[in-house]
Design a protein around this ligand. Structure first.
Ligand code: ZN
Ligand code: ZN
Length: 349
């Protein structure tokens, strides 16, 4: 076959068509093997944004205008064009343009023309990875040796988010860290801070099972946000060198201004549609740096390496695995935060 000739393949994909309208339908994909790699998907993790599309038919301002394949946390296998061998790959769901001012300055996560898996930001929408196959640019595939189980490697995308948040805070070696919100991202930030050498990690979460998860993932102590013990961290201009706000709860943002030490850093990674009132004078008088953390750039490669080498074990976060054909059951289960941390779907036969 001529290398530039496009190919066509039809397979099953999980299409979100609107609020509570999710089903398996065939997808016909045309791709160019000279420019794109065909990946056979083996496992995918369900993320909060996937649940949001299912429950609301959109995320924030991005409403579904036509059916879209869901999902952005996927891994699979591809055929090495030279050897014909199967290669395990983590699929980076980001497809930055690599040409805009942000891409060229090394901030591809801020790309003006980002095409991110399973996102209705652009119209037509960008299809996601909950499908038997995806075709992606070669630079979106990060190979790994395949020793670790799929259930572990499928955490590469949320772990990349956590490691990017860590990078936004700078060096955490020997530092005191606060993580507010201990869902999957908060828990992975705790583990990443531990791996990066943080001296002390305190977690907060209103839910008991999330606090237990925080401890399992490496927190020294975990408290409910209204625990009176926390007041002690406001003394002497605050206690923590860096705080990671992973809940999106407005009161947590306000409290972190008091808990974070003067001259310290606050990282916002939890999303919120809300507006936060900031105590301006207290904030500036403590010279706190407040930075956002959005998705990731080359931290995706670091995440794959950390998982492959066992530097982080995300195992405790995995609640259940469903066959992809049971996607509705899987996402309904994942949406129930009283039982689920991370739910995955399997594409294995
Ligand atoms: Zn995600
Ligand atoms: Zn760009």
């Amino acid at each position: 076959m001529h290398p530039t000739e496009s190919r066509e393949i039809t397979f099953n994909a999980c299409y979100i068509k609107g609020k509570h309208d999710l089903s398996i339908s065939p997808k016909k994909l045309e791709y160019n093997p000279a420019e794109e790699v065909l990946v056979k998907i083996s496992r995918g993790g369900i993320c909060g944004s996937d649940i949001h599309y299912f429950q609301h038919g959109g995320v924030g301002d991005f409403l579904l205008k036509h059916p879209m394949v869901l999902g952005h946390e996927v891994i699979g296998t591809t055929e090495d064009p030279d050897t014909g061998q199967q290669v395990h790959v983590a699929v980076n769901p980001s497809r930055p343009c690599n040409a805009c001012a942000f891409c060229l300055s090394g901030n591809s996560n801020l790309c003006l023309h980002m095409r991110f898996f399973g996102s209705a930001m652009l119209t037509p929408h960008v299809d996601g990875g909950f499908a038997e196959y995806v075709a992606v640019r070669p630079d979106q595939c990060v190979p790994y040796d395949g020793q670790k189980d799929d259930s572990i490697m499928a955490f590469c995308e949320p772990l990349a988010v956590a490691i990017h948040a860590l990078n936004q805070a700078g060096n955490v070696l020997g530092k005191k860290i606060l993580v507010t919100g201990s869902g999957p991202i908060g828990a992975l930030i705790i583990a990443a801070c531990r791996t990066a050498g943080a001296a002390e990690i305190i977690a907060t979460d209103p839910v008991g099972k999330n606090r237990d998860l925080a401890l399992t993932m490496g927190a020294d102590r975990a408290y409910a946000p209204d625990d009176s013990v926390l007041a002690g961290f406001t003394d002497k201009k605050g206690y923590f060198d860096a705080s990671f706000e992973a809940s999106g709860a407005i009161p947590a943002i306000q409290a972190n201004i008091d808990y974070t030490k003067a001259g310290g850093t606050m990282i916002q990674v939890g999303m919120s549609p809300g507006m936060a009132d900031i105590p301006v004078t207290r904030f500036l008088a403590k010279e706190i740096r407040y930075a956002g953390a959005f998705r990731f750039k080359d931290e995706f490669i670091t995440a794959v390496q950390w998982l492959e080498k066992g530097l982080i074990d995300p195992g405790p976060l995995l609640t259940r695995v469903f066959d992809y054909r049971d996607i509705v059951e899987a996402i309904t289960y994942a949406a129930d935060k009283t039982q689920a941390f991370k739910v995955q779907i399997s594409f294995d036969e």
